[in-house]
Design a binder for this molecule. Structure first.
Ligand code: RB5
Length: 141
């Protein structure tokens, strides 16, 4: 299960991503927001991060204008490794090396085509399970 959330800046892109997840048969939980009206992105970052840190969802996707504010806010929640990505190499590497559990996207910096490729790369890439990466991640806290 994937938890997905956005602010007003990411609302339209979130709809594209949810359509894509539905087409791929990947279950998701929409944590809001529910319109393009101005709202506060940390509310939705926390909601998605808590779904992931609590174990109800394996992964999360957060979308705001840049992806940066969402990643900053989500990373305040224990156990969250949120990565703002705008290229497929990073989306792949952050799963393989950092075992990232939330992908953050910028709707004002990415086209929908690239955003969907980033989502697929993030979902489809497994953590490497390499000892050195496990060790480094354990040093985060
Ligand atoms: C909202 O205007 C914008 O600040 C937000 O979507 C995001 O880009 C924050 O990092």
């Amino acid at each position: 299960m994937i938890a997905i959330g956005c602010d007003h800046g990411g609302y339209e892109l979130k709809k594209e991503i949810m359509k894509h997840l539905t087409e791929r048969g990947i279950p998701f939980k929409d944590m809001g927001c529910d319109s393009a009206a101005s709202c506060d992105y940390p509310v939705y970052a926390k909601a998605v991060a808590e779904e992931v840190s609590g174990g109800d969802c394996e992964l999360g996707i957060l979308i705001c204008g840049t992806g940066i504010g969402m990643s900053m806010a989500a990373n305040k929640v224990d156990g969250i490794r949120a990565a703002a990505c705008s290229d497929c190499f990073s989306a792949k590497a952050t799963k393989e090396h950092n075992n990232a559990n939330i992908l953050c996207l910028g709707a004002r910096t990415l086209g929908a085509g690239l955003a969907l490729m980033l989502v697929d790369t993030f979902i489809d890439t497994p953590f490497s399970e390499d000892e050195r990466h496990i060790r480094r991640i354990s040093m985060f806290s």
